[in-house]
Design a protein around this ligand. Structure first.
Ligand code: ADP
Length: 495
């Protein structure tokens, strides 16, 4: 008899991955391909849609083939994806009329700055800010700048989608133009309270409603991935943006449950239940997941560079040979080493939201070594997480623990210092691929492989719990210095 599997597609910013999971969340097979980042102008970031598609299709085929060899029958597909990245394609040909404009792309900064007065309306309706990061201003840019685009859009011939939507269109041979509520909630066009595309926002961004995908629950029928592409017809049954998928993968299903993912950047999502809490501390309000028409909301805080700080030490200035080395170096110093890095390499996110902030290093002496750099880079991510957690607490939802995942949390020293600085237990799960796992769970839920969320939570297993050990005196001393370093960094960017 065959075992049952679920194919999770994890289409990320730097690579496409396909993983077949068993029902209890174990990895049966996987395949990953990196693809090219294009930087055509200062602040612009693009992906080739065909490369996104081809790497996704290839990795799916490989993972499915390997699963078959292990006697696993894949029942359904879950998709998770880099969020906000914007694609516009011709409905007749299925070809994109412009490269994918990636979430990091800042080309629409002037537009967003010019219309800052409109931000309160956007915030109230979408829970977001008016920022180039989100999809709407990118769609507008394509319609305004690509020759003939607006004309085609007005005739109803163009489709807009985030990556999930584009992949589903391709996998179903154009039969489904759909997305899920989490991805929709990152566009600046979706009213998170009514759960509908917002007419006033569509007018503001000058985007025809005919371009938009239908918004579905996260766990439902998104269409059938074609046999011609994958060798067999497989239903696409679960979709969520990457951070929301990680929230599901980490089983953060109760109010106050917090997960924090430490990859290139860091994203902390806090489950706020059926209430869309509007933050007074510049956190984003977003859809955590939507199941059977019921929306669970989340507060989100982003640290733009987390593992990227370590990458910079390795690739940018050659202070490290490899990321792992940061742990040994950090361990070699004591708490009063005196060096602080405020990693505003790409500006500072919540609770500051200063796109003009730049990274700064404080407290160096002639005795400063690579160990100080590594330690300060790791510490910074922990101090920044504390700022996010504090903002969440001040918005009325405290958490008593945090679930972590992402490449950086392989670093034990980081996890321990995180717990010391947050003053709560830090839970590291056994399965580090929470994002892909969340997509798989959502798909399995729809096709009846799981009964409910409770059923899914039983597969969560803990690898290590890190508990606070640091004395209050030292912690307060460090936090005071950190605050001073952040204030100085912000002051510098304002000059
Ligand atoms: P993404 O999904 O954003 O590509 P990953 O979750 O794969 O990122 O994590 C990769 C990041 O984690 C890299 O930026 C790398 O520098 C960092 N990283 C990997 N291992 C360690 C480690 N042991 N200590 C600190 N950082 C690490």
């Amino acid at each position: 008899m065959n075992d049952i599997g679920i194919l999770a597609i994890d289409q990320g910013t730097t690579s496409s991955r396909a993983i077949v999971f068993s029902l209890n969340g174990k990895k049966i097979s996987s395949s990953q391909q990196e693809f090219t980042q294009h930087y055509p102008a200062n602040g612009w970031v693009e992906h080739d849609p065909e490369e996104i598609w081809n790497t996704t299709l290839d990795t799916c085929k490989t993972a499915l083939e390997q699963a078959k060899q292990k006697n696993t029958q894949v029942k359904c597909i879950g998709i998770t994806n880099q969020r906000e990245t914007t694609l516009v394609w011709n409905k007749e040909t299925g070809k994109c009329i412009y490269p994918a404009i990636v979430w990091q792309d800042r080309r629409t900064a002037a537009f967003c700055e010019k219309h800052k007065h409109y931000e309160p309306t956007i915030r109230e309706k979408t829970g977001l800010l008016l920022d180039p990061y989100f999809s709407a201003s990118k769609v507008k840019w394509i319609l305004d700048e690509v020759e003939g685009a607006r004309n085609l859009a007005n005739k109803g011939k163009l489709a807009f989608g985030t990556v999930d939507s584009f992949l589903i269109w391709r996998l179903t041979n154009g039969a489904s133009h759909v997305t899920d509520a989490t991805n929709a909630s990152r566009t600046n066009l979706f009213n998170i309270h009514t759960q509908e595309w917002d007419e006033e926002l569509l007018e503001f961004f000058d985007i025809p409603a005919s371009m938009l995908p239908t918004v579905l629950d996260c766990s439902t029928d998104f269409g059938i991935a074609s046999k011609k592409l994958l060798g067999e017809d497989i239903p696409i049954a679960g979709v969520a943006g990457d951070q929301q998928a990680a929230l599901v993968g980490q089983s953060c299903f109760n109010v106050g449950d917090l997960k924090s993912t430490y990859g290139t950047g860091c994203f902390a999502l806090l489950n706020t239940g059926e209430h869309a809490v509007l933050s007074s501390h510049k956190l984003l309000t977003t859809v955590g997941y939507r199941l059977k028409g019921k929306t669970t909301y989340a507060l989100e805080g982003a640290i733009f560079t987390a593992g990227a700080n370590i990458q910079w030490l390795r690739d940018g200035i050659g202070v490290l040979q490899h990321a792992k080395q940061s742990q040994v170096l950090a361990e070699s110093l004591d708490y009063d080493h005196g060096v602080f890095l405020v990693p505003g390499f790409a500006g500072l996110g919540a609770p500051h939201w200063d796109p003009n902030a730049r990274a700064s290093l404080f407290g160096m002496t002639r005795g400063t070594t690579p160990a100080h750099f590594a330690r300060a880079a790791l510490e910074a991510v922990c101090y920044q997480t504390r700022e996010l957690m504090q903002a969440m607490h001040n918005d009325g939802i405290p958490s008593s623990k945090v679930w972590v995942d992402g490449g950086m949390v392989a670093n034990d020293w980081l996890c321990q210092f995180l717990s010391d600085i947050l003053e709560v237990d830090v839970f590291r799960p056994n399965m580090m691929e929470s994002t892909a796992q969340g997509a798989a769970f959502l798909a399995g839920l729809h096709v009846g492989l799981y009964a409910d969320l409770q059923d899914i939570s039983q597969y969560k297993t803990v690898d290590t719990v890190f508990s606070p050990e640091l004395g209050e005196g030292i912690r307060n001393r460090l936090l005071k210095k950190w605050d001073l370093a952040v204030k100085s960094t912000l002051a510098f960017s304002q000059e």
